[in-house]
Design a protein. Sequence first.
Length: 151
Amino acid sequence: MNASRLRPGLPVLLLLLLAAASSVAFAGECKPVVRDGWVRMPPMAMPMMAGFGRIENACNTPVTIVSASSAAFGDVSLHETRVVEGVSRMRALPELRIAAGDAAVLKPGGMHLMLMQPKAVLKPGSKVAIEFVLKDGGKLLGEFVVRAAGE
């Protein structure tokens, strides 16, 4: 086909349609990212550990984490520690909403993962995979490095 026979606006229209289609496909693939994940070993043998890190949502829409699991633990749940009337209290979080362009920080004394019933002995430096389930049905995989109690 001779390019001179195309209507002048048609190539521009085709480029715009292709750009729009690719941005829609990319937007559907946006997922939050787990960064700097780590698990703190308890100072003595205990059936629980805690997980920390940062979950960044660079997407244009908010995401909500509704659960978490790991092959390395019998149970994984999100918790939050708060000081209420001078007393430190921990409570389970039924879900964790992360706004578009924001991050959730899991840290000692705040939001964290409760990792119950380890299925094997973990050593400093080993890695644990934790899968987060999003409200929209999507999944997010995070890698957490095991650290000794004093680190």
